[in-house]
Write a protein that binds this ligand. Structure first.
Ligand code: PLP
Length: 385
């Protein structure tokens, strides 16, 4: 039988990491000593007390039933408490929804608000889920907002075509550029969203991963942020819990109730033991988080200083575990990644995989040890760019 995919599935571009994963597999099968600086999945473990909390809660029979798809009241309350401590802003638990990872919430929010043919403003380059999972799979039309180096990798709102747009995604600290955005930029975003009646979805998955004393602000600290938007936070990168699938969205009640209505019909909530362990992570001691920040700072310094010595014009990022490297003029990102893989056995991600405005850059991640990064730097220096 010839089975045809729906048009919306046919419109999806190939999933970026699927291609890279295939290449890695091939090299590994050949026994090559690969240094993988490609996928943003932490190599460090979650804090031990969070693992202990999961073990204890998994042993409790009360935690094994379906949970509320929008999250248990205790979990939502814990998020509000954490948020108050972290950002000094008040939220009530009905302004919080638990998610099966922020990817799920990013993809599902559009299902509640985007009609076929509606435009969704998405950054370019960007985490592919905004344009694909959220927009194309909801029959919407992604409208790229270029993130240019000369604008600090922020959209130029004067140039954004917002007509017929329903929703806008922003993401700071940013993947893949590692750019950060000051509160003033978030203020401008709220203004822009208000002016064009846009739902503003701010993905703050990397908010807690920052260095050199920098702390990223929240959209909800901006006057009007709760009127126009929601913000996504995740346990994935902050607490090295990518496989656990737990995150939350907070902010505007109406947007969250739309997301909640979709979720109530699609999923049956995060495993309660994981919600309990997540509460422990948020409200427990934060020293390990500081240690993780120190580890990434050291790794960042090894990689960036090494790349600078090899002749790359690259800056030290203040947040995320990504390093966004501009290539010498005229070199295509796919070609450079292929050369890195073939000649130095280093896996990186071509900037163009995050959108056409990512061309001319490649992305490295800091998810291997300092020693491996040192080795990567040495291999890159031998390439003689
Ligand atoms: N948002 C951004 C910008 C990301 O880079 C990622 C993962 O790489 C996610 C969201 C997804 O995170 P989660 O594990 O919470 O689904």
């Amino acid at each position: 039988m010839d089975i045809e995919f729906a048009d919306r599935v046919k419109r999806l571009p190939p999933y970026l990491f699927a291609e890279i994963e295939k290449l890695i597999k091939e090299k590994k099968a050949q026994g090559v000593d690969l240094i993988s600086l490609s996928i943003g999945d932490p190599d460090l473990p979650p804090p031990q007390f969070v693992i202990d909390a999961l073990k204890e809660e998994a042993a409790n029979p009360k935690n094994h039933n379906y949970s509320f798809s929008q999250g248990e009241p205790d979990f939502r309350q814990a998020v509000a408490e954490w948020y108050k401590k972290r950002f000094h802003a008040d939220l009530t638990q009905d302004q919080v929804v638990a998610l099966l990872g922020s990817k799920e919430g990013i993809a599902n929010v559009a299902r509640a608000f985007v009609n076929p043919g509606d435009k969704v403003l998405v950054p370019d380059p960007a985490y592919p889920v905004y344009a694909n999972g959220s927009t194309i799979l909801c029959d919407g039309l992604p409208e790229a907002m270029p993130l240019l180096e000369k604008n600090g990798f922020k959209p130029d709102f004067d140039a954004v075509k917002a007509k017929k747009a329903k929703m806008m995604f922003l993401n700071y600290p940013n993947n893949p550029t590692a750019a950060v955005a000051p509160l003033e930029f978030l203020r401008e975003s709220v203004e822009f969203a208000r002016r064009h009646h846009l739902i503003l979805c701010h993905d703050a998955a990397y908010n807690e991963m920052s260095y050199d004393g920098y702390r990223a602000p929240s959209l909800m600290q901006v006057e009007g942020g709760k009127e126009v938007g929601i913000e996504y936070h995740s346990f994935s990168k902050t607490f090295n819990m990518t496989g656990w699938r737990v995150a939350f969205a907070l902010g505007n009640r109406q947007i969250l109730s739309g997301l909640g209505a979709v979720k109530a019909n699609l999923d049956s909530g995060v495993f309660e033991a994981i919600q309990e362990a997540g509460m422990a992570a948020l409200l427990g001691p934060q020293e390990e988080l500081e240690e993780v920040r120190r580890i990434y700072t050291r790794r960042r310094n090894v990689l960036v200083e090494g790349l600078q010595r090899a002749g790359f014009q690259v800056e030290k990022p203040q947040a995320t575990f990504y390093v966004w490297v501009p290539l010498p003029a005229g070199i295509r990102s796919v070609d450079f990644c292929a050369r890195l893989l073939q000649e130095a056995a280093i896996v990186s991600t071509p900037g163009v995989g995050f959108g056409s405005y990512g061309e001319g850059f490649i992305r490295f991640t800091l998810t291997v040890s300092e020693a491996r990064l040192q080795e990567a730097v040495e291999r890159i220096r031998e390439l003689q760019i």
